[in-house]
Design a protein around this ligand. Structure first.
Ligand code: RIB
Length: 287
């Protein structure tokens, strides 16, 4: 089966800092790297590293041919990545010594998708395929309605969290992945508990505390694997990409979550985003 991922492609500009800067503070970085990122691109790479097929639906600018080519090199099908007149999206990432980050996003081409681009990408999808999306592109409502009409399994990672973006798509979702803070924000936006949402499966990631899977009235907790974090950027995206790939391969949810947790744990021991997402073999050998 194929995973169609409507998602952002960013140039990640990562600055190592002694601490995350406060308001009005000027801070010299102690290191700088530039790489491929974006929650969408990270998830597409994670899906392919987990050995599922992924079609990425997105856009770069004329300055982003290398990002499209790199996704292709990583095995992501890039036929539906447009080259827009807008500049490629980028992220300015401050990364402290504990591996925590603060991110400023410039959306650029990620917000320049046309509805016809999404429709054209999904025209080759079949029922049984999965449609995945996050909240760094435009076209969320259009894409999810189309995916539902086509009978695709629909998964959403509600990040970056915006109630106005996630609430309208909730009725279309089969699976929702979000972190603890986002789960609280969603509950206060909807007035509903996770069990009351119209979504069959909700997975809440809890960082170093693991994750929880809510399915109807049932909740199951999964512990985290203990690692020393170097860089938490992209770990959630790695978790989600691996989770979706494992489900696509027919694994039960428990096994899919366990694999995703291992991939996310290995990812936080690495510096960088899409370029360093571990392969399935690396994940299996590590834990
Ligand atoms: O989740 C990490 C990602 O968020 C980074 O790669 C950055 O581009 C932002 O989209």
């Amino acid at each position: 089966m194929t995973i169609y991922n409507l998602g952002s492609i960013n140039i990640d500009l990562v600055y190592r800092v002694p601490h995350l800067p406060g308001a009005g503070e000027t801070l010299a970085s102690t290191g700088f790297t530039k790489g491929l990122g974006g929650k969408g691109a990270n998830m597409s790479v994670a899906v392919t590293r987990a050995q599922s097929q992924c079609v990425h639906i997105g856009a770069v600018g004329g300055d982003g041919h290398w990002a499209k080519d790199r996704l292709n090199d990583y095995g992501v099908i890039d036929d539906h990545i447009l080259v827009s007149e807008e500049a490629t999206g980028h992220a300015i990432i401050a990364l402290d010594n504990a591996g925590e980050n603060a991110i400023i996003l410039h959306p650029g081409a990620n917000q320049a998708l046309l509805e016809t681009d999404i429709a054209s990408a999904l025209s080759s999808a079949n029922s049984g395929d999965t449609y995945l999306f996050q909240n760094e592109t435009n076209g969320l409502e259009h894409g999810v309605k189309l995916a539902r009409e086509l009978g695709l399994r629909i998964a959403h990672a509600a990040a970056p969290f915006e109630a106005e973006a996630v609430v309208p798509v909730l009725p279309f979702l089969d699976l929702l992945v979000l972190n603890e803070v986002e789960a609280e924000q969603l509950q206060s936006a909807t007035g509903q508990t996770l069990a009351e949402l119209p979504v069959a499966d909700v997975v809440v990631t809890l960082g170093a505390k693991g994750c929880r899977w809510h399915s109807g009235q049932k909740t199951r907790a999964f512990p985290a694997i203990s690692v020393i974090p170097i860089d938490t950027t992209g770990a959630g995206d790695t978790f989600t990409g691996y989770l979706i790939a494992a489900l696509d391969q027919g694994k039960p949810m428990e096994q899919a979550i366990e694999l995703a947790g291992k991939a996310g744990a290995l990812m936080v021991t690495r510096l960088g985003t899409a370029d360093v997402i571990p392969t399935l073999q690396e994940v299996q050998e590590a834990f």
